[in-house]
Design a protein around this ligand. Structure first.
Ligand code: BEZ
Ligand code: FE
Length: 285
């Protein structure tokens, strides 16, 4: 029999190669019918960006495996007290990005910043002017006062300031067995004049937890783990959006290199005279 050219169907010619773009399309199609539409949207976006990330850096098998090892170590570091995944998010600036995306606040509202891992719900409600210091670890006395206002500058009655900070030894009560639980915490509720005032000590710069895989990641990237001196507050009131924020000491080190990228110019205050007056501005719901 005289041979004939193979028909296209029986050809052994290599198929057009299956590219990484084809692979992405296949994966996205496989995730195109989610039970929950929002879960599907987030999963497909995560796939897209993960593929782009791996292609951009040309991720090797060894690097992929090291990444799996890192995430495994982050998970293994987590327990009731320690949330290494949130610390990873914080130190990558991702937590602050989430705040920025969600802030959506009217001009004039107090700037928010990161919440951090050291808040405890239901701190004692204190009288105006009272101190949040239970254990005196030394430190320089500081009075924090001001007014909680709305966007028209009017005082807000019944606003709550839920405040917490580290002691003069640099540690939060939850990190330090030598401190009485709930040291350096309190809640204050404003009267009709919207004013608040409480006694504390000047906060000091401290390092975020550094003894785990996130500490190793910071070291490998030539970063330090320090946060500039700050005191935390959540300011809330019925009918208004709550604000999670800090006040930073303008004389502190690390204002330009906060390990968690939380500093905002508007939140830096002069604590050197032992008195700070600062008004918080809330936006209606
Ligand atoms: C904090 O300010 O308490 C904090 C924020 C993020 C990570 C660790 C600590
Ligand atoms: Fe803090």
């Amino acid at each position: 029999m005289v041979g004939s050219a193979p028909s296209p169907e029986t050809s052994n010619a290599p198929m057009a190669s299956f590219s990484t773009a084809d692979h992405l399309t296949e994966a996205l199609e496989a995730y195109a019918n989610p039970v929950n539409a929002r879960v599907g949207e987030i999963t497909r976006a995560a796939i897209k960006h993960l593929y782009a990330f791996a292609e951009e850096v040309g991720l090797t098998r060894e690097e992929w495996f090291a990444g799996i090892g890192f995430l495994t170590a982050v998970g293994q570091m987590c327990d009731e007290q320690r949330q290494e995944f949130i610390l990873m998010s914080d130190t990558l600036g991702f937590s602050m990005l989430i705040e920025m995306i969600n802030q959506d606040a009217a001009e004039g509202t107090t700037d928010p910043t990161v919440f951090g891992p050291f808040h405890i719900a239901d701190a004692a409600i204190k009288e105006m002017g009272e101190s949040i210091v239970i254990d005196d670890q030394g430190g320089s006395p500081l009075t924090l006062s001001g007014t909680v206002r709305n966007l028209d500058g009017e005082p807000i009655e019944g606003a709550m300031l839920d405040v917490w900070q580290n002691a003069a030894n640099g540690l939060y009560d939850v990190q330090d067995p030598d401190q009485t639980p709930m040291n350096m915490r309190g809640r204050f509720i404003t009267a009709a004049d919207g004013k608040f005032s409480y006694q504390t000590v000047r906060p000091i710069a401290y390092s975020v937890p550094f003894d785990g895989p996130v500490g190793a990641m910071l070291t490998a990237n030539g970063r330090h783990a320090w946060r500039p001196a700050h005191t935390h507050m959540v300011v809330s009131a019925d009918g208004y959006k709550p604000i999670t924020t800090h006040l930073f000491d303008q004389e502190s080190e690390y204002l330009d290199s906060d390990a968690v990228f939380g500093v905002r110019e508007s939140l830096i205050v002069d604590m050197s005279q032992g008195v700070v007056n600062y008004d918080f501005v809330l936006e209606p719901n």
